[in-house]
Design a binder for this molecule. Structure first.
Ligand code: ZN
Length: 409
């Protein structure tokens, strides 16, 4: 069951050392995420007032660690077996978080450690963003932290903005046109101010359906084509930045999956159909580049390669951000199997539409072993792809879609 391949490639060339690791994932054990994360709660509590704890973290604060646990198992990523004939594949992470419920990586020492781990796993640059704040989670200081981190190391990080101050307002307006109308001027001014601050490449992380993994982690749901979401994509088009949107996809209104019912009291009995609304949002402004986050991670049973292909074909302004994990549902349609290997139908999709994909670790930076596991998983994924496709998805597409000022060079 557990296939372990470990690779240590040490290339010391021009003072640069790579340590690359290829190791398959083992079976997901969702509970381990909370367990592993719980060790970090001190940092999270330090970082946030109580209301933040209920809203600040993205689901992946838990999910990532779930799958990180499976990826890294209990072993060091620096395994004992050496596999020859492989090289580290460069990539850009389009979705990572310096702050969340269980983490904060906001000082130079933490970033130095993260960057050393990035270097070991071919990760050249990363777009950092705030996880999607809930309706009661507006916190300008938390939003500002992301910019501060990026500005400490602009050679390695790009800025995603609004995961707190824009998403919290989208959630607060909910499905009320009136509330949205009342808030719209402030919403627009806030977005313009973020962009005026410089460096913004994407508005995110936002969400229209965000399942909760634990009681300290929010459930969020709004119509994907709500008034403020439409305003957001118009602003994105105006400013020539992308939009990052997290949707736990539901083609039809469905009962909450038992996993989420078991893990958090915040989840409702049902989640509303959201794909129709999502396509309406995409159609609202085709000049806006919209990135669907966490593609391949199946949380509802509906995250299938065939659904993603339908969306790609029908929507020229849609891009898909891959999070290559088997969990949390251990679904037969998730992008990778229990060993972290790409399923055939997804490989076909990736090759047929290779200009529409980017990688996103959805990782919450810690400056520790969790970083190693998260980046290791994506390096494994990239090595499963034909080299040219891996370079396109890992390096070229992020530059094109997010208009980055530099790539993997
Ligand atoms: Zn997310």
């Amino acid at each position: 069951m557990k296939l372990m391949r470990a690779l240590v490639v040490a290339v010391v060339l021009s003072g640069l050392a790579f340590v690359g690791c290829v190791k398959s994932t083992t079976q997901d054990t969702p509970e381990t995420g909370a367990t592993a994360d719980s060790a970090d709660t001190t940092a999270a509590e330090d970082a946030a007032v109580p209301v933040d704890v209920t809203q600040a973290d993205d689901m992946a604060g838990t999910a990532e660690t779930d799958s990180a646990s499976d990826a890294g198992s209990s072993d060091s990523a620096l395994g004992a077996e050496v596999q020859t004939g492989t090289t580290v594949r460069p990539w850009i992470d389009t979705h990572a978080h310096p702050t969340g419920i269980h983490n904060e990586c906001g000082d130079a020492a933490c970033l130095d450690t993260v960057i050393a781990i990035m270097d070991a796993h071919g990760l050249k640059k990363a777009i950092l963003m705030h996880p999607p704040a809930g309706w009661n989670g507006l916190d300008e200081a938390s939003e500002a932290l992301v910019r501060e981190v990026v500005e400490m190391r602009p050679d390695r990080f790009f800025l995603g903005a609004g995961g707190n101050v824009l998403n919290a307002r989208i959630q607060k307006a909910g499905d009320s046109e009136q509330e949205a109308t009342d808030m719209e001027a402030v919403f627009i001014a806030t977005a313009n101010e973020l962009v005026a601050g410089g460096g913004v490449v994407v508005f995110g992380e936002t969400t229209s359906c965000h399942l909760s993994y634990e009681d300290a982690h929010p459930f969020e749901q709004v119509p994907t084509d709500s008034k403020l979401y439409r305003t957001l994509v118009d602003l994105a088009a105006t400013h020539d930045v992308a939009v990052d949107i997290h949707i736990d996809v539901a083609v039809e209104t469905q009962d909450i999956p038992p996993f989420f019912d078991d893990h958090s009291n915040n989840n409702p009995d049902q989640i509303q159909a959201n794909i129709g609304d999502f396509e309406a949002l995409l159609a609202h402004n085709r000049a806006a580049r919209v990135v669907l986050a966490h593609v391949g991670r199946d949380t509802t049973g509906d995250m299938t390669a065939s659904l993603m292909e339908e969306l790609l074909v029908a929507n020229t302004n849609l891009y898909l951000q891959i999070h290559p994990v088997h969990g949390p549902l251990q679904s037969p349609t998730s992008i990778v199997d229990e060993e972290g290997d790409i399923r055939p139908e997804w490989l076909t999709l990736l090759q047929d539409h290779s200009d529409r994909f980017v990688m996103g670790s959805d990782h919450f930076l810690t400056g520790g072993d969790d970083d190693d596991k998260a980046f290791f998983r994506i390096q494994h994924f990239l090595r499963e792809l034909p080299e040219a496709v891996a370079y396109e998805i890992g390096c070229e597409n992020p530059v094109a879609i997010y208009k980055l000022s530099s790539g993997c060079e």
